[in-house]
Design a protein around this ligand. Structure first.
Ligand code: SF4
Ligand code: SF4
Length: 643
């Protein structure tokens, strides 16, 4: 299983600038998918007393995990960013795959996979990158930028009150030490920017299924009083009760194959308990001068009927959760007046009606795992803007007022709308029956945007046919042997940056070919350490200073070091060190390594693959995580800093 290794802030910045200048995109999101505001409209909202330029954001999940994910969410127009949940356990072993967004949306991933320290650095790095983007005026023009980072913590009182989680939240409230450490790696003038110390002072709380009402009350009181945070309590859909959810899921929506998990309904917070609890906590919040809100809703725990994950239960999101979460919100708000945010099957088509119901923020996840990825976000805001224009309003507050009388109708329409039902969501992405290999595929372009971490990337390699010889090596004797043919058919190739890939499986779901881009395409690691630890059957690491590429094919390790000025290469197999003349690819000499046999046969296929991969990665026209460390240019896009 691949382990996430955060990408250093200077590399993220270097890539953002070079990629934007050369290719008109950042982290593979093309600039026409960047949100730059909508003329004549003010989409800003207030969340816990702070202003955010739009009500939209990623729900705590894969899109708020790594710094590049947060920047991508922001570029698409997210301005209230719910960060991935942090809890006491920060060395979780999550089974893979962990996401199945083929149609409905299921997952078994829960909190951050990174350590507390790494999560802190990712969130601080993301906040710094956003400041740098604005200061550099790289994107040009005035972009509505007011952004709120919302921490998400879980899952019980003991964990949240632990020294580690407390210290983590305190560092998010005042990140001066981390900021000062990170700024030293930045180029001037960015290292001197006045980065705000406070990354976040709002918390969305996730609780374990079965967390008693009294414990939820204690956690929230602790977060309000002792941590001084504004709090949003994520409510579970189980609040609606098993009978009502079964009615909605099975009878109204037609998802008869989805089976509920009864213990979750028995042990979770009950509707009437929540109706008592929230007003009590609102009084506590008021007394502390903090805000309290609720969120409709968390994912729905269901029995694992698909056999994709190993766990007994899984967490459902996407289309069927939309009418469930809306119904719950509607019922709850009839009893309790409370600020509320929304999550559950949000997409570009329903975002305006959800915003019209007064939810802040409105958050999305499953939809962003589909083809287009973060590029889907801009359509949410365009559609919201179009609805506002049609209603003749220019602010979100006026839009909500304008739609006030339609609340019941909006919820009723969503519940009976066939777009959330089984018939419309039963299909799975088409597979074409061919297998992926290191080179070539049908170039459908899906695997890059569906990856929440931007771990997959495209590169160029000229189509060619290489007929090569192998060599037989004996002491003092080198003989040519018949070799084989390496064919590359397509100029556009795909690869994977393994340090940013956690093998979640999402790109495999959407790739029309079999095998998974994350497994079959060349997997590049960012350091010799991660390469050695995780290369397995297929892995590469480039040492740019040495002009060397390390590679593993079918579990066998090789190193190729190029010296074009001398027209020489050194090709290391596990048992031989071979000197090769680059022109003509002729073995000139060799030295046996421990374990070498009296006669060594050198298969030149790995040599050619390594050489082509190194040359392709060195191509400066394309900037990605696998080559950003090797691009030498000074990156200072700062002509406007300090204006
Ligand atoms: S490359 Fe594929 S498996 Fe890896 S993180 Fe991205 S979507 Fe998941
Ligand atoms: S690897 Fe699969 S998903 Fe990626 S471009 Fe090729 S065919 Fe499409």
């Amino acid at each position: 299983m691949a382990e996430l290794v955060p990408i250093p802030l200077p590399h993220l910045w270097r890539r953002a600038v070079l990629e934007y200048e050369r290719e008109g995109k950042i982290f593979d999101l093309p600039k026409d998918k960047f949100f730059r505001g909508i003329a004549g409209l003010d989409l800003s909202v207030s969340f816990h007393g702070r202003r955010a330029a739009t009500p939209l954001g990623p729900a705590a999940g894969p899109h708020g995990q790594l710094a590049q994910n947060i920047v991508l969410s922001w570029l698409g127009g997210s301005r209230i960013i719910e960060l991935k949940t942090v809890q006491i356990l920060d060395d979780l072993a999550i089974s893979r795959p962990c996401i199945d967004a083929a149609n409905v949306g299921y997952n078994v991933e829960w909190s951050q996979e990174l350590s507390h320290e790494q999560s802190l650095r990712e969130y601080v790095s993301a906040a710094m990158l956003l400041e740098m983007l604005q200061a550099s005026k790289l994107l040009g023009g005035e972009i509505p930028d007011a952004t709120i980072f919302d921490m998400s913590v879980g899952y019980n009182l003991k964990g949240i009150q632990s020294k580690k989680v407390r210290r983590w939240m305190e560092s998010m409230r005042n990140a001066r030490t981390v900021i000062d450490e990170l700024r030293t790696g930045l180029p001037a003038p960015y290292r001197d920017l006045p980065f705000p110390d406070r990354i976040s002072d709002t918390v969305s709380l996730s609780t374990f299924h079965g967390c008693p009402a009294a414990e939820i009350e204690d956690i929230v009181t602790f977060l309000l009083r002792e941590m001084g945070c504004h709090v949003c309590i994520k409510l579970n859909p189980t609040l609606l009760g098993q009978a009502e959810i079964e009615r909605l899921l099975h009878e109204v929506l037609g998802y008869r194959e989805i089976q509920l998990h009864p213990p979750a309904f028995e042990n979770d917070l009950q509707f009437d308990e929540a109706v008592d609890l929230i007003p009590r906590l609102q009084s506590v919040a008021r007394a502390c001068g903090r805000g309290l809100s609720v969120k409709f809703s968390n994912t729905l725990v269901v029995k694992n009927h698909k056999g994709i994950f190993r766990d007994e239960v899984m967490y459902m999101s996407g289309a069927p959760l939309h009418p469930i979460a809306l119904s719950l919100a509607h019922e709850f708000r009839k009893r309790v007046e409370t600020p509320a945010s929304f999550s559950g099957g949000l997409d570009a088509h329903n975002v305006a009606s959800v915003v019209a119901l007064g939810f802040v923020p409105v958050t999305t996840c499953t939809d962003l795992l589909r083809p287009g990825g973060y590029g889907r976000l801009i359509h949410y805001l365009e559609n919201l803007g179009a609805e506002m224009q049609a209603a003749g309003v220019s602010t979100i507050a006026d839009f909500v007022r304008h739609q006030m009388g339609r609340k019941d109708a909006i919820v009723a329409e969503a519940v009976k709308n066939p777009r959330y039902g089984w018939e419309r969501n039963r299909g799975v992405p088409r597979k074409v029956g061919t297998k992926l290999w290191l080179y070539d595929c049908i170039n459908c372009d899906k695997c890059v945007p569906v990856c929440p971490n931007d771990a997959n990337f495209a590169y160029e390699s000229a189509p060619r046919t290489i007929e090569y010889d192998n060599f037989e090596l004996q002491p003092g004797v080198i003989r040519r042997l018949p070799g084989g043919v390496l064919r590359i058919l397509k100029p556009k190739q795909l690869a994977n940056y393994a340090d940013a890939c956690n093998d979640c499986g999402n790109c495999d779901v959407f790739c029309p070919e079999d095998g998974g881009p994350n497994e079959e395409k060349p997997r590049f690691f960012g350091s010799p350490e991660t390469y050695r630890k995780q290369a397995g059957e297929n892995g590469f690491y480039i040492d740019w200073k040495a002009h060397a590429i390390y590679g593993t094919f079918s579990g066998k390790a090789y190193v190729l070091t190029l010296d074009p000025e001398r027209d020489r290469a050194r090709f290391d197999t596990e048992t031989a060190e071979v000197e090769i003349r680059l022109s003509g690819h002729q073995a000139l000499g060799w030295k046996p390594k421990p374990g070498a046999r009296p006669t060594e046969i050198i298969d030149m296929l790995p040599y050619f693959k390594l050489k082509l991969l190194l040359e392709s990665m060195a191509d400066p026209r394309h900037v990605h995580f696998a080559n950003v460390a090797g691009l030498e240019e000074e990156v200072v896009h700062a002509h406007d800093v300090g204006d």
